[in-house]
Design a protein around this ligand. Structure first.
Ligand SMILES: Cc1ncc(COP(=O)(O)O)c(C=O)c1O
Length: 464
């Protein structure tokens, strides 16, 4: 990175003060900044960010699990934006089409597995999830059935709008807004840490599928519109599925006439393996939701892709999907996503993840020597390290201890040490590690080095 400035606002505005006075930060305890500076990120390059004081940080979270290509493609993507702005700065997808939306829909249909061929654009992941649930409901209505319920998983995050929020299995973000959209059931996620010793993978899969079947039957299968799951669940810490799990989920959905939605807002566009993790795990979903990596977060764009079977009732006769968004499939946003996919193909970004994931895991696994490190899980460029009181017993922290460790120490200390990753306690406490997909061995070493140092301090803090 080249030039730095303490205050890069061209207007001379005191950014720090204005942030404290006016900016409402998302999912943020703003009281934390009463006596401390708001972290203000001013620049990015490759896998690195720089704050307004010129300090560098390795972004081991890819923004929010999103900046696949890193931060150095602003000029190229900016040129695509400028060209699109000149050609057609805005038009809608309501009753009309425009070239970039058509091209991107075709591109996504080509990249998506199986017969997932029909793309509905949104502005975010939450809207994609919201749209998927509405689509599932209307699909069943169009087929003469009345089904409305959704089934999600414990501790899973699916977004912040009311419908998507209702699907979440994260209690603290649900309760302030209750009553939520009725009726969502939750089933066990695929967290295998602390399962009984000696349980085989097959037994674990069966245990989870029994739970799902029980939930479907107790909801009344004829009322359930959609089962929604991430291929690898983020919240709680990169829970990968056991062998046979998604095949069993698919079979239960088929048996009971339920649509299966893979929420790939994080896992698509190379984060796990291939363009869609549904392909990697052979999920065969009816719907896939996506956002984040679709544009490497250079644009606010998401989508739902639906299978031919789901789209079919909407292609003939009087049926139309009673849902739309002014900015959905915006020309500039679609131009950015197209350029991002072009860059990802040209720079072999998806292939690079497959080539480097083993080395990344290997590097991170050094951290398991720390007494505070209980479990390293995940795949691709999507890992989580679960923190425990002591890795002899794997005992977890109380809520109070987790609060002190994560909010009182780790979040700030990691940032001070020059790394951005997330210390998260939506489930048991984890550190989430999910860098841009262009990261290589130098970045892996730096991540492991800084985490090793800071988690070593944390170990001592909790009495080792
Ligand atoms: C799996 C999943 N679904 C949906 C969302 C919501 O996406 P957005 O924040 O773009 O609305 C997220 C966001 O992190 C997510 O991880």
């Amino acid at each position: 990175m080249t030039a730095t400035a303490s205050n890069p606002s061209p207007t001379g505005l005191d950014l720090q003060q204005a942030a404290k006075d006016h900016l409402w930060m998302h999912f943020t305890r703003m009281s934390a900044y009463e006596d401390a500076p708001v972290p203000i990120i001013a620049r990015g390059e490759g896998c690195y960010l720089e704050d307004i004081n010129g300090k560098r940080y390795l972004d081991a979270l890819a923004g929010l699990f999103a900046v696949q290509i890193g931060y150095s493609h602003g000029e190229e993507i900016g040129a695509a934006v400028a060209a699109q702005m000149q050609e057609l700065p805005y038009y809608t997808n309501w009753s009309y089409a425009h070239p970039r939306a058509i091209e991107l829909a075709k591109e996504i249909a080509d990249l998506a597995p199986g017969d997932l061929n029909r793309v509905f654009f949104t502005n975010s992941g939450s809207e994609a999830v919201e749209s998927a649930w509405k689509l599932a409901r209307q699909f069943h209505t169009a087929n003469g059935e009345r089904r409305w319920k959704a089934i999600g998983r414990d501790v899973a995050y699916h977004g912040a709008t009311m419908g998507a929020l209702s699907i979440n299995g994260v209690a603290p973000i649900r309760t302030p807004f209750e009553p939520l959209v009725p009726q969502v059931g939750h089933v066990r996620n695929t967290n295998r840490f602390r399962r009984p010793e000696g349980e085989t993978e097959e037994q674990f899969t069966q245990f989870l599928l029994d739970d799902l079947e029980h939930r479907i039957l107790s909801e009344g299968p004829e009322t359930v519109a959609m089962v929604i799951m991430e291929p690898v669940q983020n919240s709680g810490g990169a829970f990968t599925p056991p062998a046979g799990y998604f095949q069993g989920v698919r079979a239960l959905c088929d048996e009971h006439g339920i649509l299966l939605c893979a929420d790939e807002v994080i896992t698509a566009f190379g984060r796990i393996d291939g363009w869609f993790a549904s392909e990697h795990y052979d999920i065969k979903p009816d719907l896939i939701t996506m956002a984040k990596g679709m544009s490497s977060a250079y644009a606010s764009i998401g989508a739902v892709v639906a299978s031919d079977r789901v789209a079919e009732p909407f292609l003939h006769g009087a049926e139309s999907f009673m849902h739309g968004l002014t900015f959905g499939g915006h020309p500039v946003q679609t131009a950015i996503a197209l350029k991002n996919i072009e860059i990802m193909k040209r720079e072999r970004v998806v292939e690079g993840v497959a080539e480097r994931t083993a080395a990344f895991r290997q590097t991170l696994s050094q951290l398991l020597e720390l007494p505070i490190a209980g479990d390293l899980r995940g795949t691709g460029f999507f890992f989580a390290l679960e923190l425990v009181k002591d890795n002899e017993t794997n005992a977890t922290f109380t809520d109070d201890e987790a609060e002190k460790l994560l909010r009182g120490f780790l979040s700030e200390r990691l940032y001070d040490a020059g790394i951005i990753c997330r210390a998260d306690d939506r489930g048991d406490p984890v550190v989430q590690i999910s860098p841009p997909l262009v990261a290589g061995q130098a970045e892996f070493d730096e991540i492991a080095g800084i985490l090793g140092e800071v988690l070593g301090e944390a170990s001592r803090l909790v009495g080792h």
